[in-house]
Every structure is written in structure tokens, then in C-alpha cells.
Design a protein around this ligand. Structure first.
Ligand code: HEC
Ligand code: HEC
Ligand code: HEC
Length: 419
């Protein structure tokens, strides 16, 4: 009789255990150290700080300005402050904001908050991020996010936007691919939101269909093609090249500048080698997209001859007579996809304002690219960039003095808006 009851009780107990374990997988224990640590890691992968922390400001206290196709938005305070942060929010409200773009009081968020990507994260990962954010210093800082002009300040317009461009739902693993590939895809398409910058956008700021990761203009930079395209993409990069770039911001092809230098410093340089490798394996599987290489501009062209003279005079000392650079110090300009993008915004910008290469734990000293804004007029900068885009086997559209002039003005406006 006793043993009969036991025989019944044991499976029942196992069932209760399984059910409670499953429930725990859904809602992780937010007080657990492992969950908080995991949340910190996922918040780093998702780079929440990029927008929600201003330079030199309190972590996650908000206020950072973001340019969108509709106007300027400020990122809100996501510290656990009760009045001005997310301290009083339920977990469901938090998940709804991060994964569905529904903010405080049911308002529609603008996709400058990358919920369209975060939607692919698991709920457990998002709850872990909340658990971590609960442990940061609460800061009293009221941020009015919406600074947009009419009609874009009408959040209801986002209902239509979401219907057109937002496909909510968790990441669906592809069973025909390896576990490593699926981990990489989960990170790249979800938390890391690489496509926010690298996928071309239409006039409404939605991802252009069928052109994932083919390169995109953003805030006076150009985020290059990351597909298997051999001319402008990562077709010739190895998995190790990609891992090294994401870990240290530099490799034998390139040194990261601007928004990518920040993404490396804040996010990718802190990921485990296994996660970086998984991301690289996934990126290497992207089929070549974008355009085929154009015909290079002839070296008899006057712009090329003028550009070459300026290059030999001003640039060759660091980048090498053949554009070969010095690995880790001066990026190569020959056979470098970055130099051969469809749009030259990043190149014009770096030559105009100079750039200090990213410094990470893996590569602590950052050499600098001098600013040529005061040394060279627009036409000279245009010709030297046309030259580096078409010398040594490179091929890409020419740059005009007008392109350089426009960038000068845009950088001037940017400097005035900076806090
Ligand atoms: C690329 C910039 C960017 C990144 C990265 C980003 N956010 Fe945001 N976030 C914003 C902006 C901008 C808003 C305000 C949008 C609006 O008002 O429509 C926002 C809104 C929010 C809100 C709603 C707050 C409120 O008061 O309604 C939450 C919560 C939030 N973000 C959390 C996060 C978390 C957590 C992460 C990392 C997983 C993150 N964000 C990453 C830009 C960003
Ligand atoms: C905030 C925008 C932004 C985000 C997010 C971002 N990138 Fe970038 N990325 C850029 C820009 C801009 C450049 C060009 C940088 C330069 O000029 O040095 C770049 C450059 C790169 C390059 C160098 C390519 C080449 O041809 O030299 C790689 C590789 C890269 N990004 C991978 C990634 C991956 C992987 C992710 C996600 C983990 C990511 N990026 C997220 C903006 C971004
Ligand atoms: C004193 C050395 C030096 C000189 C002179 C110099 N550069 Fe640079 N350049 C650098 C360094 C260092 C970087 C990397 C900085 C970074 O990525 O933030 C760089 C980056 C670049 C980049 C971005 C490439 C990439 O992979 O990120 C371009 C394009 C470039 N330089 C073009 C030029 C041109 C054109 C000239 C001449 C008008 C020139 N440079 C002169 C040191 C130099």
C-alpha cells in the first residue's frame, strides 16, 4: 500500500518539478547572481548604453539625442528610478517596450529604439536585462523623448509603420544549420542589431526588403556591406579576420572609426570568443549581395592624376605608396572593402575631421588619422578620395567637390547640435 502510494507520488513529484522548472525557464529568478550577470552580458551585447547613456553622463539615465528620418528623439531614462525611470514598471511592461515597441502607458515607440531587432531575443534574455538594470544606480532625470515636428510627433503613425515594417516574434533557429551558426544568427539579427546600421533603409526608415546587410548611410557615416560580396563586402575576410575586428576594432583590412568604433568599445569587444566566432560564422554565410565591381576610373583621368599627387604628398607616409598600410597601425586602402563602398561618406568624413582609432583591451593604443579640413580645399579632398577608390585595383564611383562641401556643412551642423 505504502509502496503503491510512493509509486503514484514519485511521478507526480517529477511532474511538479518539471512544471516548476519550465516556469522558471520562462521567468528567471531576478535575484539570482547568475541571472543578473547574464543580464549584464546581454545588455552589453544589445548595447543599451549606446543610446541611453550620454557621453560622460550617468549610466542609462537617458537624454542622448538620436537623428531619425522624422526628426530628433531623446532616449529615455531606463535606470530603476521610480518617478523618472523604469523602477515602477512590471516585467511585462518592460518586455512590451523592448520587444514590441509599446512604451509607458501604451504609447507607440519609434523604431530608433531597436525593438524591431530585440523582438528576436528570448523573453528570458530580456527579463535578465531587466534584472541587471534593477541593480544600476537609480538616477532622477526626466527625459521628454519626443522632440519631433508635426505630424511625426503623432505616435499613432507608428501603427501603420509597424504594420508595414515590423515582423514581431522570437528568433526561429534553422535546423539545417549548426548550433554555432544559429547562435551567431540569434546575436546578429537580435540583440546586436547589426542591421540597424548595416541594412539599407527606405525613406520611412524601414529595412529595405531583400537587401539585409548590404550597406547603409547613417548620420554622416556609411556602414559598409557585410555580405559575401568580394568587392565591397566580407567575401575575402576569414572568420578569424571578422573575430579580430569585432574583438579589437582592427585587422589586416581595416581600423574601426566612428559609430563602429563605439559598437566595438561598448559591445562586441566584451563578448566571449565563442560568441564572436558564432557571429562571424553566420556573417560568412550571407550570400554576396549588392552590386558587382564597377569599371575603375582610368589613371589618365585628370581627377586621378591630381589625386595621386596629393596622395603621394600627404597620405603615402602613413598609408604606404601602394596603399598597403601597416597592419594594426595604418589601415590599408588597397583591396579594402570599406574604401570601395557605393557611397564614400565615411571616407570623406574621416579625411575631413581625422579620427582616433579605437582602443580596446585587446589593442590598447589608438594611432590617429590627422584632420585635413583646414589643409585641403573640397576639390583636393574629392580628388584624393577618388584616387584611393580607383588606384591599386580598387574600383568605386568618383567623389565630387560638392559631396565634400555638403559633408563639411553637415559636420558643422553636427558640431553645433552636440551637447
Ligand atoms: C539605437 C538607440 C537605442 C538603443 C541601442 C536602445 N534604445 Fe531604448 N530607446 C531608444 C529611444 C530613442 C527610445 C524612445 C523612443 C520613443 O520615445 O519613441 C527608447 C525607449 C526605450 C524604452 C521605453 C522607455 C519609456 O519611458 O517609454 C525602454 C524601456 C528602453 N528603451 C529600453 C532599452 C533597453 C533595455 C535597451 C537594450 C536592450 C535599449 N533600450 C537600447 C533608443 C535606444
Ligand atoms: C551604430 C551603427 C553600427 C552598428 C550597430 C554596427 N555597425 Fe558595423 N559599422 C558601422 C560603420 C559606420 C562602419 C564603418 C566604420 C569605419 O568607417 O571605420 C562599420 C564597419 C563595420 C565593419 C568593417 C567592414 C569593412 O569593410 O571594413 C564590420 C566587419 C562591421 N561593421 C560589423 C558589424 C557587426 C557584426 C555589427 C553587429 C555586431 C555591427 N557592425 C554593428 C556602423 C555600425
Ligand atoms: C599620420 C598618419 C596618417 C596620414 C598622414 C594619413 N592617414 Fe589616413 N589614417 C591614419 C590612421 C591611424 C587611420 C585609422 C583611424 C581610424 O580608423 O580611426 C586612418 C584612416 C584613414 C581612412 C579610413 C580607413 C579605415 O579603414 O578606417 C581613410 C580613407 C584614410 N585614412 C585616408 C587618408 C588620406 C586620403 C590621407 C591623405 C590626405 C591620409 N589618410 C593621411 C593615419 C594617417
Amino acid at each position: 500500500m505504502r509502496s503503491g502510494a510512493l509509486r503514484l507520488a514519485l511521478p507526480a513529484l517529477a511532474l511538479v518539478l518539471i512544471v516548476s522548472m519550465a516556469a522558471r525557464a520562462q521567468t528567471p529568478n531576478k535575484q539570482s547572481f547568475e541571472v543578473i550577470e547574464h543580464g549584464r552580458y546581454m545588455a552589453t551585447a544589445a548595447d543599451c548604453t549606446a543610446c541611453h547613456t550620454v557621453k560622460g553622463g550617468q549610466p542609462f539615465a537617458g537624454g542622448g539625442a538620436l537623428e531619425t528620418p522624422f526628426g530628433v528623439l531623446l532616449a529615455p531614462n531606463i535606470t530603476p528610478d521610480l518617478q523618472t525611470g523604469i523602477g515602477g514598471w512590471t516585467d511585462d511592461a518592460f518586455v512590451n517596450a523592448v520587444q514590441n515597441g509599446i512604451g509607458h502607458g501604451g504609447i507607440y515607440l519609434y523604431p530608433a529604439m531597436p525593438y524591431t531587432y530585440y523582438s528576436k531575443m528570448t523573453r528570458a534574455d530580456v527579463i535578465a536585462i531587466r534584472a541587471y538594470l534593477d541593480t544600476v544606480q537609480p538616477v532622477h532625470n526626466r527625459v521628454v523623448a519626443n522632440q519631433l515636428p508635426f505630424p511625426f510627433n503623432q505616435r499613432e503613425t507608428m501603427v501603420g509603420w509597424n504594420a508595414l515594417y515590423f515582423r514581431p516574434g522570437d528568433f526561429k533557429p534553422d535546423p539545417s544549420q549548426s548550433e554555432e551558426w544559429n547562435r551567431g544568427a540569434y546575436l546578429v539579427e537580435g540583440a546586436e542589431h547589426c542591421g540597424l546600421c548595416h541594412t539599407p533603409k527606405n525613406a520611412m526608415g524601414g529595412d529595405e526588403g531583400g537587401r539585409a546587410m548590404q550597406g547603409s548611410a547613417l548620420q554622416n557615416w556609411y556602414a559598409p556591406d557585410l555580405t559575401g560580396n568580394r568587392h565591397a563586402g566580407l567575401g575575402d575576410w576569414t572568420v578569424d579576420d571578422i573575430v579580430l575586428y569585432l574583438k579589437t576594432g582592427r585587422n589586416r583590412y581595416d581600423i574601426a572609426s566612428g559609430p563602429m568604433a563605439e559598437a566595438v568599445t561598448n559591445s562586441t569587444s566584451h563578448l566571449t570568443d565563442a560568441d564572436l566566432r558564432a557571429m562571424a560564422v553566420y556573417l560568412k554565410s550571407l550570400p554576396p549581395g549588392g552590386r558587382a565591381a564597377p569599371q575603375p576610373i582610368s589613371d589618365q583621368d585628370p581627377a586621378m592624376q591630381h589625386g595621386r599627387a596629393i596622395y603621394d604628398n600627404q597620405c603615402a607616409a602613413c598609408h604606404g605608396g601602394g596603399g598597403q598600410g601597416i597592419v594594426g597601425l595604418f589601415p590599408r586602402l588597397s583591396a579594402a572593402p570599406l574604401v570601395q563602398q557605393e557611397q564614400a561618406a565615411s571616407l570623406i568624413r574621416v579625411v575631413l575631421e581625422g579620427s582616433r582609432a579605437v582602443a580596446t583591451a585587446g589593442a590598447p593604443t589608438g594611432p590617429a588619422m590627422p584632420s585635413f579640413a583646414w589643409q585641403l580645399p573640397d576639390a583636393d579632398i574629392a580628388d584624393v578620395i577618388t584616387y584611393i577608390r580607383n588606384a591599386w585595383g580598387n574600383a568605386a564611383p568618383a567623389v565630387s567637390a560638392n559631396d565634400v562641401g555638403k559633408m563639411r556643412q553637415a559636420l558643422h551642423r553636427e558640431a553645433q547640435q552636440a551637447p
